[in-house]
Design a protein around this ligand. Structure first.
Ligand SMILES: [Zn+2]
Length: 534
């Protein structure tokens, strides 16, 4: 091909691309009169698969990967693993575990510029298609969670423009789930909130999550109480497909027994010993090189952990990766201001987060109340929260002048939130778990002119998630297993009630001993009387 032909061909190609790009814009110019701007759903971490060698015979999904791949990697390190356990060689154990983690996740690591390996890609990323919009539909924005959140912000910017053009609306609604809030924070930092009329943050780590902060600072600990509660909280979500209620109830009881018998403590002591002995090696050889190289995961590290984490994770002093890891600090530092200004300018905002769920039992901060993954204080932008399953202490409560934002169970004070009037709390709501009651709140947020915790009778600031009925109802007082059993008499709730009774008895051993003593005295005096009568 001569240079002229090449030039002509490329000019024609450019013209063709421009034509294609302008068609939706023309459609948009007519404008849609439906009155409901389209929803863009910004998905959570793992919203799209990350694949190695996509389209070849060696294709392997690295995230979320399959059991077969994990097992084959485990099989490869089995000889070392067995040997290390038989000989109590923790050095060898560390090596084997690190090798396993590297084989499973090593290719997810980014390079010194913060870019992915060329053969590791997200082949299924969505592009907006069609003009269907309304309360029932959304355009799903997905992304490679490993990358710099500002790269997603750029893509989201183009995505929003495409959706506007396709639907003929000049604004959109952003509904963000979990890590979607990270993408949102970067977007607001770089592009502002022009052309956005609703922002929903569902369980978003807007100020990070303690799990990431603690893990990146090496503060790991297994705790028996936390492990038991964590497992118990997960039980209702098991789907065995056969007599679920009975199986769940039995597992729940089993967990309570295991905890009571000290099995959980033993398991944790074992876990702690392994973490101490082999953990350092796994951290150095696998965790730091893989997860420490992902700006997306760095975006979960709360500000107060960041400097310590940078030291422990050996972030390079300069270069693309360094810049990407540090850049997001700006987004996190300013998200509160951006949302405050957006609200002042009429953007309807709904921040909603869970509380009172036992969080991941692996970190030292296991008492921090959360939805199991994201701490309530970080997702709510600043609520004052009691430890999980506890209430705020008396001195705090008595000093609190404005009790309008205090939860009826005394667990959360929302008055310290950045946007107390637009922040909802759902007790016992597991991270991002689907709930039609909460979806109904979102519908109201998206269709009402006034969005605040006092605007909707059915949805006051503090709600409780009820998985039995797949809905939410207002919190009126402390969690009560008996009330729950009365409302929904299932086997699982019966076991929950029994466990709560036993737990209450164990928490008050003096009272139990007093009862035992009183009974014994009564029995003895009865025996004496009988003896006399005889
Ligand atoms: Zn429309």
């Amino acid at each position: 091909m001569t240079a002229t032909i090449k030039k002509t061909v490329s000019l024609l190609l450019c013209a063709a691309i421009l034509c294609c790009a302008t068609v939706p814009v023309l459609a948009g110019d007519e404008g849609c009169k439906c009155g409901f701007s389209p929803i863009i759903y910004v998905g959570p971490l793992g919203c799209t698969p990350i694949v190695r060698d996509a389209g070849t015979e060696n294709e392997q999904t690295l995230w979320k990967t399959d059991t077969k791949f994990l097992l084959s990697n485990l099989r490869a390190v089995m000889p070392e693993l067995t040997k290390s356990l038989l000989t109590h060689n923790t050095e060898l154990l560390g090596d084997a575990l690190a090798e396993f983690v590297l084989a499973c996740f090593g290719d997810l690591a980014l390079d010194a510029e913060g870019s992915s390996k060329e053969n590791v890609t997200t082949p299924e990323l969505n592009v907006p298609e069609g003009d269907r919009h309304g309360p029932e539909y959304d355009y799903y924005f997905d992304y490679d969670f490993r990358l710099d959140p500002y790269e997603h912000a750029d893509r989201l910017h183009a995505f929003i423009r495409q959706v506007k053009a396709l639907t003929g609306h000049d604004s959109v609604k952003l509904k963000c789930s979990s890590m979607g809030g990270v993408v949102l924070s970067a977007y607001l930092d770089k592009y502002g909130y022009d052309g956005i009329d609703v922002i929903i943050c569902r369980c978003c780590p807007l100020w990070g999550t303690a799990v990431a902060g603690e893990a990146f600072c090496g503060r790991l600990e297994l705790n028996a109480e936390a492990l038991t509660r964590y497992a118990a909280d997960a039980v209702p979500f098991l789907e065995t497909g056969f007599a679920d209620d009975f199986i769940e109830g039995s597992l729940y009881a089993l967990l309570a027994v295991l905890k009571g018998a000290g099995v959980m403590d033993g398991l944790c002591a074992l876990g702690d010993a392994v973490i101490r002995a082999a953990g350092e090696k796994v951290y150095r050889k696998a965790m730091i090189p893989i997860f420490g190289s992902l700006p997306g995961i760095w975006a979960f590290v709360p500000q107060e952990y960041f400097d310590d984490a940078v030291r422990l994770m050996h972030v390079p002093d300069e270069g693309g990766l360094h810049d990407k890891i540090f850049a997001y600090r700006n987004a996190m530092a300013h998200v509160a201001d951006r949302l405050t200004n957006a609200k002042k300018d009429g953007v309807r905002i709904c921040i909603i987060c869970g509380y009172n769920v036992q969080r991941t039992p692996l970190v030292t901060l296991w008492r921090s109340t959360s939805d199991g993954t994201v701490d309530t204080k970080y997702a709510s932008l600043g609520a004052t929260c009691a430890d999980v399953r506890e209430t705020l202490d008396d001195s705090y409560l008595s000093a609190l002048e404005n009790k309008d934002y205090l939860s009826p169970d005394n667990m959360v004070d929302a008055s310290t939130c950045v946007l107390p009037d637009c922040t909802w709390f759902v007790r016992n709501w597991l991270h991002c778990n689907g709930n039609t009651g909460i979806d109904a709140l979102f519908d109201l947020v998206m269709t009402s002119g006034d969005v605040s915790v006092n605007a909707f009778e059915r949805f006051p600031q503090f709600l409780e998630a009820d998985d039995d009925t797949d809905t939410v109802y207002p919190v009126t007082g402390a969690p009560d297993a008996l009330e729950r059993l009365k409302a929904h008499p299932s086997y699982l709730n019966f076991i929950r009630f029994l466990v709560s009774v036993v737990r209450r008895l164990l928490q008050a051993p003096d009272a139990v001993m007093h009862c035992v003593r009183a009974l014994r005295e009564r029995a003895e005096s009865a025996a004496i009387i009988q003896g006399r009568q005889a």
